[in-house]
Design a protein around this ligand. Structure first.
Ligand code: ADP
Ligand code: MG
Length: 224
C-alpha cells in the first residue's frame, strides 16, 4: 500500500540545513498496524506528513496504492487525501465553533454530500466511538479523550484505507489512551492500515510492527 524509496527531506533553519529524513526506504502492506518510534526531532512527524501527502520531499519516491505521489498539484494531493487517508493529530485539530457532529461530518461536506445525509452518517460514527450523547457539544465542552474520539470519527467517516496518527495519545492520560488504542485496534481488525507515531513504548507494544527512527534514519524495523 505504501512504498517509500530513498526519501530525503531537508529543512532550512536560517542558513543551516536540517536533514529531517535521510534516505528512508520502507513499505507498509495493506492491513498492517505499525508504530513509528524515535526521540523528539528524529523525523517521525515529517515521515507521517509525507505518507499523508501533507508535505513534499526533496528526493526519492513515494507510491500509494501503486500511484506515484510526487509532483502532485495541491488539488490532486487533496483528492488523494480525501479518498484514501484519515489523519489524527496530538492536538485533535477540531473546529471550535462547530459541534461534535458537525466536526465529524466536515469531510463529507468536501465530498459534496448534503447536510442532512452527512449529519446522519456522522451520528453513526459518533456512536461508533461512544459519543452519540455528545453530538451537540462544542470541543470546549469535551474532555481531551472525547475530543480525540471525535477527531477519530472525523478521520474514519470517509472510510479511508489508511489511518495516520501523530502522537494521538500524547496529550491524554493512560486510561484514555487505552480507549484510543482500542479504537485503532478495532479499525485495523476490520482491515484498515494504521500507522501511529508515538514515543510511548506501551503504545508501540500494542501494534504489530515497530519502526525506529534516529536522526532521520531508519534505525530498526521489527515485527512483533
Ligand atoms: P519528530 O516528529 O520526530 O519530533 P520532526 O519530523 O518534527 O521530528 O522533525 C525532524 C527535524 O526536522 C527536527 O530537527 C526539526 O527541528 C526539523 N523540522 C521539522 N519541521 C521543520 C520546519 N518546518 N522547519 C525547520 N525545521 C523543521
Ligand atoms: Mg513530531
Amino acid at each position: 500500500m505504501i512504498k517509500l524509496s530513498n526519501i530525503c527531506k531537508t529543512y532550512l533553519m536560517g542558513d543551516n540545513p536540517v536533514r529531517a529524513l535521510d534516505a528512508i526506504s520502507l513499505t507498509v502492506d495493506k492491513g498492517e498496524f505499525v508504530a513509528v518510534q524515535g526521540s523528539s526531532g528524529s523525523g517521525k512527524s515529517t515521515l507521517l506528513n509525507i505518507m499523508g501527502i501533507l508535505d513534499s520531499f526533496d528526493s526519492g519516491s513515494y507510491t500509494l496504492d501503486d500511484t506515484p505521489m510526487d509532483n502532485l498539484t495541491q488539488r490532486q494531493a487533496a483528492q488523494y487525501r480525501n479518498r484514501f487517508i484519515g489523519f489524527v493529530f496530538q492536538s485533535f485539530n477540531l473546529i471550535h465553533h462547530k459541534s461534535a457532529v458537525e466536526n465529524v461530518a466536515l469531510p463529507l461536506y468536501y465530498q459534496g454530500i448534503k447536510r442532512r445525509k452527512r449529519n446522519a452518517i456522522a451520528m453513526e460514527y459518533l456512536e461508533r466511538v461512544g459519543l452519540a450523547a455528545r453530538a451537540d457539544h462544542k470541543p470546549s465542552e469535551l474532555s481531551g479523550g472525547q475530543s480525540q474520539r471525535v477527531a477519530i470519527a472525523r478521520a474514519l467517516i470517509t472510510q479511508p484505507s489508511l489511518l495516520l496518527a501523530d502522537e494521538p495519545t500524547g496529550a491524554l492520560d493512560t486510561q484514555t489512551s487505552e480507549q484510543i488504542l482500542d479504537l485503532f485496534k478495532g479499525v485495523n481488525a476490520d482491515g484498515m492500515t494504521v500507522v501511529v507515531v508515538t514515543h510511548e513504548t506501551e503504545v508501540a507494544e500494542q501494534t504489530r510492527r515497530v519502526i525506529n527512527l534516529r536522526d532521520g534514519q531508519l534505525l530498526s524495523d521489527q515485527r512483533l
